[in-house]
Design a protein around this ligand. Structure first.
Ligand SMILES: Nc1ncnc2c1ncn2[C@@H]1O[C@H](COP(=O)(O)OP(=O)(O)OP(=O)(O)O)[C@@H](O)[C@H]1O
Length: 291
């Protein structure tokens, strides 16, 4: 049974890879603790990347606690749960946010937990060709490190761990990094709600030092960027608007822009370096390992 599923997925990989000319970059955004700004960052980052001219998808994979519809102030009729139940196709549930940004809505109730992770992947991925035109797909995972989150993180091209500089959040971020390090060496960090770049670098250096000493020298933890603590962020969230739209002159918008630029640079470099392993076909290949 497992072999058959793997074979089906492999067939899907080769047919999708053959048809595809463009590579989609999958970026998983995760955190140790909840409430550190993962969804706020994912949504503003997706928006800014799309404004840079990229075709962007954002997948609300925060199973059971999906809230990106609130971030983008859109009404959702059907979501990933309907796809899992066979009541909708992936294309039925896509919500256009801007001309080149689409939301793939998640489920905020707990019914989705009845469906196995395997079913989620099979049904979703079997229709994922529709997402071929995307340059980037941001996957907003839940907090913590449950099995489905691990699968997303393992399969993604890049993983971003978001944390804030309070000790409890740092401890949880470190625990998440330790788990991720059991299956991948490259981890990006975003320090959210800091007072300054200096504070972000100081916390990052501390995490890196402990991680290298205890997890291993092979681990490559990079500071992707920081976002200042700013009331404009929380007030935008309350108004169901993106701070990058509401406050384009703010430091926090500049912070997101510089994170988007760093991602853009990675996109250009890695597409040149290893085209066969990036994008949708690469994601499929990595997912196949789990079946
Ligand atoms: N840089 C910031 N400055 C001020 N407030 C912020 C900042 N980033 C996030 N917040 C606030 O923190 C709260 C939590 O943010 P968000 O919902 O994005 O976190 P999360 O990690 O996605 O949470 P969950 O795990 O529950 O999905 C929100 O009210 C948001 O406005």
């Amino acid at each position: 049974m497992i072999g058959h599923q793997a074979q089906k997925l492999e067939e899907l990989v080769s047919s999708t890879a053959a048809k595809k000319s463009k590579k989609t970059r999958f970026i998983a955004v995760t955190s140790g603790k909840g409430g550190v700004g993962k969804s706020t960052i994912s949504s503003n980052l997706a928006y800014v990347l799309s404004q840079n001219g990229l075709n962007v998808g954002i997948f609300d994979a925060d199973i059971g606690l999906a809230n990106l519809d609130v971030m983008f102030n859109v009404k959702i009729k059907k979501n990933i749960l309907h796809v899992l139940k066979g009541e909708a196709s992936v294309s039925d549930i896509l919500i256009p946010i801007t001309r080149n940004l689409i939301l793939i809505p998640g489920e905020s109730g707990d019914e989705i937990l009845k469906y196995s992770d395997k079913a989620l992947f099979e049904r979703f991925m079997s229709e994922a060709e529709i997402l071929d035109k995307l340059d980037v797909m941001i996957i907003d995972t839940g907090a913590g490190i449950g099995d489905h989150i691990k699968m997303f993180i393992d399969a993604a091209d890049d993983v971003i761990v978001v944390t804030v500089p309070d000790p409890a959040a740092i401890t949880d971020a470190y625990a998440t990094i330790k788990t991720i390090a059991t299956f991948r060496d490259d981890i990006n960090l975003i320090m959210n709600q800091v007072k300054s770049e200096k504070e972000a670098i100081a916390v990052y250096e501390k995490i890196k030092k402990v991680a290298l000493a205890n997890i291993g020298e092979k681990l490559n933890i990079k500071l992707l960027g920081k976002i200042n603590s700013d009331i404009k962020v929380s007030s935008s969230v309350k108004q169901r608007a993106l701070f990058s739209v509401m406050h384009p002159g703010s430091i926090v918008h500049k912070d997101i822009l510089s994170i988007a630029n760093a991602i853009n640079k990675n996109l250009e470099r890695d597409v040149l370096v290893m085209p066969s392993e990036s994008g949708l076909s690469g994601l499929f290949k990595r997912l196949v390992k789990h079946f």
